[in-house]
Design a protein around this ligand. Sequence first.
Ligand SMILES: [Zn+2]
Length: 144
Amino acid sequence: MLVHFLLATIACYVVYFLFRVPRAVVICFAAAILCDLDHIFEFWAAYGFTLNPIKFWKVTLSKRNYFKETGKVHLFFHGWEYIIIVMIAGAVTSKYNLAVSFSLGYGLHLLWDQVNFGKHALSYSLLFRLQQDFDLEKIIQKKI
Ligand SMILES: [Zn+2]
C-alpha cells in the first residue's frame, strides 16, 4: 500500500507538470489508490461480510491468503482493459488530459502489481481471468 501511495504521488507530480489541472491530479490519485478496494470484496467472499477494518488488515498482513481460501481471483477493479476503455473515452470526449491522468496513475499501480504479484503474463487482464472462470489454479498454471 505504501508503494502504491508513493507511485501515485509520482504520477500526480507528472500529471500536474503536464496539465496543471487540479481535477486531473485528483483523478490520477484516485485511480492509483481506489482500485485496491476490490480486495475487500475478495476478503468478504473468503471470510464473510464485516466492516471491521482490523479483521481485514490482520488477514491482509498475515500469511493467510483470501484467494487461496476461495480458489478465485476476481479483482474486478484490476484490469489493463480499463486503460484502453478510458483512453477511447478520452478520445471520444476530447478529455485527453483526464484520460491520460487516469491511465498514468492506474497504469503505475497495475504495473507494480503485475511485476510483483502477477503469476502469469495475463493475470492482470480482466478478460483473461474471466476466460479462466476467475479460477486461481487456472490463472496461475495457464501457459501462453
Ligand atoms: Zn492493486
